[in-house]
Design a protein around this ligand. Structure first.
Ligand code: TNX
Length: 640
C-alpha cells in the first residue's frame, strides 16, 4: 500500500514549554496534500495550483444574516488553536478573509438543501451555499483543508495554510446518521454533545437516541394534566433509569465494568437537541415497543396485565417483554410519552422501535402498531421503526429502519406503497461489533472476525430490490451493552463511522476502498489532536504530524516539538541542528496508550546543544515510526 506522508511545519509557541521560545521566525512551508485527504470524498475537488489560502491574525469571517450562526461555529472552531481574533463582520471581504456567502443559487445547481461550493486561494476562502446547512458542510471541508493542529484546544503556531482548491459538493443521501444506545449504558449530556461534535466532521447530520429498552428508561416524562389511569410517570426515571446491561443472561459480565446509569431531564434532552441543531444535526428519539419494554413494565404497575411491576433485569437479554396490545392503558401511556417527546423534538421523526417483539404474538403486534402509528402521525411526526414494523400498512413517507433481511418482502411491499428506508444492515453498520476477536469490548453476532473500516465501507446501500429514491440514508447503530462511557464509544466508532458517513455522502461511482484508506491516513492525527479516542487500525498507514516551532536561542534544550503517531509503538527522533552536528532526541508519550486508548501526542526533548557561532540555522527533525519516516524543519536564530 502506498504510504502518504504529510509534514506540517508549525510554529507552536504557546504549546511548548521552551523557556527561550519567542517570536516565531519565518516558517518553511511544505507541500500539503489538501484536497486528497477530504473525507467524505467530495463530488468535485480540484487543486488549482494557485497560492494557498493563509489564515492570519488579520483574517476575519465575513458573514451576514442567517450565515452568522455558521460563522459563530466556525469562529469557535478556529480560535483556540490559532489564537486569532477572527472577528465576524459584514461587508466586503479583504485578502485573507473567510467568506460565508449565503443566497439562492449560490450552491451547486439542483442541490440547494445541503450542497456547497468552496474556493480557496491567496485572496480568500469562500464557502457558498443556498442554506446555512450547506455552509456548515462547506465549513467541515474547509476545516479538513487546514492542518490537523487546528483541532487543538490550546494555541499552536501556524502557518495555517489551506491548499488552493475549487470544490463543488453535495450529498448522495439526506439522512446520514449514527445511533447512540443510551439505554444499555448511559452517556452524559456533555458526552453526547462531544460525540456529535466529532461526527459532524464527517458530515453526519442525524443522531438517533435509543432512549428506552428492557434494561433502562432514560428520559423523564412529566405527569400529564390528563392522567385517567393515574400512572406514576416519575417512576420511569426514579426506577426505570437505575438499570443497565451489566451481564449476559448466563451471568458472564459484560464490558469493562457495570453499565452506567442515569437519565435525562426534559431540559437535558432539549439541551442535546439545541446543541445538535446548532450543528445542523437532527435528533431522532426512539421509544421502543411493544418489545424491549421491561424497564417501563418495572416502573409502572398498570402497564402489566396483573397490575404488578416486573423486576428490573440488568442482563443483556431481550425478547421476553411486551406491552399489552389489548390494554387501553398502553395507549394512554404512549400518547403521553410520544406527545411530550414530539413537543421537545423539532426534527420530523419519531422512532417507535418495533424490533424483536418475540412474546407479543403476531396479531397483538399488528394491533399495537395500528394504534400507535396514527398517534405519531397525529402529532405531526413521521413514524420510523425497525424493519419488523413493515408488517402493517404504513402511512406514506414512514421510514423503515432496515437492520436485517428477515422481513425484506414486507419492506419492499411498504416501499411500493410510499414508505422510505434508512439502511443499517447489521453486518456492515453496527458500530458495537468487535473489530476482530482481539477487541476487548464489542459484540460479534452481526459481524465476526474482520469488521474494520474496510468492511463498513465496501457495501452499497441501494440493494435488495430497492431503488435510489427509496433509500433516504444510512445509520451506524452503536449499541452499548459493552460500552462504558465516551472514550469506549469513540473507540468502537472511529474510524468505522467515517466509512458509514462516506457511504451516505459520496456517490457510489466515486467510492473506492484504496482511495478511502489513503484519505483515512491523516484522520488519526486530527482525532488525536482533537482529543478524540479511536482504534488505530493496523491496515491504515497513519500519518505523523509534527509541530516544531522556530526558536530564538543560543542553546537548544528541553521540549522542541510535538507529534502525532497513531500507530507507533516506539518512535525514534533525530535532530540535525543545522550546524553540521546531529543528535538523537528523546521521545515521550504525553498520554498512555492502552488496549482501548489510541496513542496520543508525543513530545520530543533535545539534549542541550549550544551553537558556537551566531547565525540562523535550519534544523531538521526526523521522526521514525514503525510505519514510516516524517521530517520537518524549523529555524534557530541565535541573536536574541
Ligand atoms: C440487536 S438491532 C438489537 C439490539 C441489540 C443489538 C446488539 C436491533 C433492532 N436490536 O437490541 O442491542 O442487537 O448488537
Amino acid at each position: 500500500m502506498r504510504r502518504t506522508w504529510r509534514v506540517v511545519v508549525v510554529t507552536a509557541v504557546a504549546l511548548l514549554a521552551v523557556p527561550a521560545a519567542a517570536a516565531p521566525a519565518a516558517p518553511i512551508a511544505t507541500v500539503d496534500p489538501g484536497v486528497q485527504r477530504l473525507l467524505p470524498r467530495p463530488v468535485e475537488a480540484v487543486a488549482t495550483g494557485r497560492t494557498p489560502f493563509s489564515l492570519t491574525e488579520d483574517s476575519r469571517i465575513v458573514a451576514g444574516g442567517a450565515a452568522r450562526a455558521v460563522a459563530d461555529y466556525l469562529g469557535d472552531l478556529l480560535r483556540p488553536a490559532t489564537g486569532y481574533r477572527l472577528p465576524i463582520t459584514g461587508g466586503h471581504a479583504r485578502r485573507g478573509d473567510i467568506v460565508l456567502d449565503l443566497g439562492r443559487g449560490k450552491g451547486p445547481q439542483g442541490h440547494a438543501v445541503e450542497g456547497y461550493r468552496l474556493v480557496t486561494d491567496e485572496r480568500a476562502a469562500t464557502i457558498s451555499a443556498d442554506t446555512p446547512a450547506g455552509l456548515f458542510n462547506g465549513v467541515q471541508t474547509f476545516r479538513q483543508l487546514l492542518p490537523a493542529w487546528v483541532e487543538s484546544r490550546s494555541k499552536v503556531g501556524g502557518p495555517w495554510k489551506a491548499q488552493a482548491a475549487k470544490i463543488s459538493d453535495y450529498p448522495r443521501f439526506g439522512y446520514r446518521g449514527v445511533m447512540l444506545d443510551v439505554a444499555r449504558s448511559y452517556l452524559t449530556v456533555a458526552e453526547i454533545k462531544r460525540y456529535i461534535d466529532t461526527a459532524v466532521l464527517f458530515k453526519v447530520n442525524t443522531v438517533h437516541l435509543h432512549l428506552t429498552d428492557d434494561q433502562a428508561w432514560r428520559i423523564a416524562i412529566n405527569p400529564p394534566e390528563d392522567n385517567p389511569s393515574g400512572l406514576d410517570y416519575g417512576a420511569l426515571t426514579r426506577v426505570g433509569s437505575l438499570g443497565g446491561a451489566d451481564r449476559y443472561g448466563n451471568g458472564t459480565p459484560l464490558g469493562t465494568g457495570p453499565a452506567i446509569r442515569g437519565s435525562y431531564t426534559q431540559r437535558d434532552y432539549s439541551e442535546i437537541v439545541a446543541h445538535a441543531r446548532s450543528r445542523f444535526v437532527t435528533v431522532v428519539p426512539e421509544i421502543d415497543g411493544p418489545g424491549h419494554t421491561n424497564a417501563a413494565l418495572a416502573s409502572i404497575p398498570q402497564l402489566n396485565p396483573d397490575g404488578v411491576t416486573k423486576p428490573m433485569n440488568n442482563t443483556a437479554d431481550v425478547g421476553y417483554s411486551t406491552l399489552d396490545a389489548n390494554s387501553p392503558v398502553t395507549y394512554e401511556f404512549l400518547r403521553t410519552v410520544l406527545g411530550q417527546l414530539a413537543k421537545l423534538t423539532p426534527g420530523p421523526y419519531l422512532h417507535i422501535g418495533g424490533d424483536e417483539a418475540l412474546v407479543t404474538g403476531h396479531d397483538n403486534y399488528l394491533t399495537y402498531l395500528r394504534k400507535v402509528l396514527p398517534e405519531v402521525t397525529a402529532l405531526g411526526k413521521i413514524p420510523m421503526g425497525w424493519n419488523e414494523f413493515a408488517a402493517v400498512d404504513l402511512p406514506p413517507g414512514a421510514v423503515i429502519h432496515f437492520w436485517r433481511g428477515a422481513t425484506l418482502a414486507d419492506t419492499l411491499k411498504q416501499v411500493a406503497r410510499g414508505a422510505k428506508v434508512v439502511m443499517s444492515p447489521a453486518g456492515t453498520t453496527y458500530l458495537d461489533q468487535k473489530y476482530d476477536p482481539s477487541s476487548p469490548i464489542g459484540l460479534s453476532w452481526a459481524c465476526r472476525n474482520a469488521c474494520d473500516f474496510d468492511r463498513y465501507y465496501d457495501w452499497e446501500p441501494v440493494r435488495d430490490g430497492l431503488t435510489e429514491s427509496d433509500v433516504i440514508g444510512v445509520t451506524g447503530p452503536l449499541w452499548s451493552e459493552t460500552i462504558r462511557g465516551l472514550a469506549q464509544a469513540e473507540w468502537l466508532s472511529h474510524p468505522r463511522l467515517a466509512s458509514i458517513a462516506e457511504v451516505a455522502w459520496t456517490q457510489q461511482s466515486a467510492r473506492n476502498l484504496a482511495d478511502f484508506t489513503a484519505r483515512l491516513s491523516s484522520l488519526g492525527s486530527r482525532l488525536t489532536i482533537a482529543g478524540v479516542n479511536f482504534r488505530p487500525s493496523p491496515a491504515v498507514p497513519w500519518t505523523t504530524d509534527i509541530s516544531a516551532p522556530s526558536q530564538r536561542t543560543r542553546t537548544l534544550r528541553g521540549e522542541i516539538a510535538r507529534f502525532t503517531a497513531p500507530s507507533a509503538a516506539a518512535p525514534l527522533a533525530t535532530l540535525d541542528h543545522g550546524d553540521g552536528t546531529k543528535a538523537d532526541a528523546t521521545v515521550t508519550p504525553t498520554t498512555t496508550a492502552g488496549p482501548l486508548t489510541a496513542p496520543g501526542l508525543w513530545k520530543v526533548t533535545a539534549a542541550e546543544h549550544r551553537y558556537s557561532r551566531p547565525g540562523t540555522y535550519r534544523a531538521t527533525l526526523t521522526i521514525t515510526t514503525p510505519t514510516g519516516v516524517a521530517t520537518t524543519h524549523f529555524t534557530i536564530t541565535t541573536h536574541l
